[in-house]
Design a protein around this ligand. Structure first.
Ligand code: GLN
Length: 275
């Protein structure tokens, strides 16, 4: 019978050693400590076959997060499936900015447009316990994943199915956050690093020959109609889109327009306030 350590060693010949370890731990239901302390623990033929299938998929470029059905964001663990984008560390900037704005009000009303796995809405609910949080997504599969994540983190989030503002009627918010699709259609980046396995509608607006900003135009363009006086819109965008997004924020009638740098020093989030 193959041991967990042997299985790890064999998998490491085919994929990254850390990925191999995480897949072995996932399939065997063991921890890193078990792997070191009990290396001879056997893996049944069934589990070995399951591991082999996962290693094959990883070797084929499928993101580890989908194979583990789990991704970390802001120190929390979230379920992810191919129905949702895998959370990116740069999006934590959006959380920090939203918390900074949200803390200035006793009970802010916040909406997350295009919530996907729900990471923004759920993290904000945890960090701003007095806030009322709504999360919108056009994809019911995504909302199912987000609901699981909300339950997992006992986050009280109202989920609504629909396109951007459409399920919100005339409701106004103190804070609108969004990490929308913004990668330009046809960008070679979409063919790399596992992105082909992610929902393309979460990555790109799909406008052939466009600038990637179609969704951002809708979100920013309608922000003033859904913000309370003094309310903020904060939106993530591509590494080279900050100036264009600031123009859109100004054109939408927002003030105090600014962009903020992520940890790589890239202008990653822009925002403005309704005076
Ligand atoms: N930052 C992601 C990427 O470049 C895209 C996220 C998004 O479109 N919202 O892979």
């Amino acid at each position: 019978m193959t041991s967990i350590a042997e299985a790890w060693r064999a998998a490491s010949q085919r994929i990254d050693r850390l990925d191999a370890r995480l897949l072995v731990e996932n399939v065997a239901g063991c921890t890193h400590a078990d792997l070191i302390a009990h290396p001879t623990r056997p893996l049944s033929a069934d589990l070995l076959a399951r591991l082999d299938a996962l290693v094959k998929r990883r070797a084929g470029g499928e993101p580890l997060a989908y194979l583990l059905r789990s991704a970390g964001f802001y120190g929390l663990e979230f379920m992810v499936t191919p129905a949702v984008l895998i959370p990116r560390p740069e999006t934590e900037l959006l959380v920090n900015l939203a918390v900074e704005k949200g803390r200035q009000l006793p009970a802010p009303n916040i909406v997350d447009l295009g919530t996907g796995s729900g990471v923004l809405a759920i993290t904000l609910e945890r960090l701003l316990p007095e806030a009322t949080i709504t999360a919108v997504d056009v994809c019911s599969g995504a909302l199912e994943v987000a609901s699981v994540n909300a339950r997992r983190h006992t986050a009280d989030v109202r989920f609504l199915l629909g396109d951007w503002y459409s399920p919100l009627g005339g409701e106004r918010f103190d804070l609108i956050v969004a990490n929308p699709p913004y990668v330009i259609d046809g960008d070679p980046h979409l063919q790399q690093n596992g992105l082909p396995f992610e929902p393309q509608t979460a990555l790109t607006d799909g406008v052939v020959g466009g600038d990637g900003l179609a969704c951002i135009r809708v979100i920013v363009g309608n922000a003033a109609r859904h913000l309370r006086p003094g309310g903020w819109m904060l939106i993530e965008h591509g590494y080279d889109q900050a100036a264009a997004v600031r123009d859109l924020l100004h054109a939408a009638g927002l003030s105090d327009v600014a962009s903020w740098l992520d940890l790589s020093g890239v202008e990653r989030v822009s925002g403005g306030c309704l005076r």
